[in-house]
Design a protein around this ligand. Structure first.
Ligand code: SF4
Length: 62
């Protein structure tokens, strides 16, 4: 699985990148992007990032 950030919804707050920096980075537009797959090792952090996003811009895709 891999997290996906809806670029139109993301407000660039940086919370996901702060919570789970191994997966989420901020791009040149100031929006978050997922740069790695969700693994057994980072799953808890990815789920926490999804929960802390204030606009629910992150979802998991197969
Ligand atoms: S937490 Fe949500 S709104 Fe904030 S940067 Fe990440 S995806 Fe964007």
């Amino acid at each position: 699985m891999r997290a996906f950030v809806d670029q139109d919804t993301c407000i660039g707050c940086g919370a996901c990148a702060a919570t789970c920096p191994e997966v989420f980075e901020m791009n040149e537009d100031g929006k978050a992007v997922a740069t790695a797959d969700t693994t057994d090792e980072n799953r808890d952090d990815v789920m926490e990032a999804i929960e802390v996003c204030p606009v629910a811009a992150i979802r998991e895709e197969e």
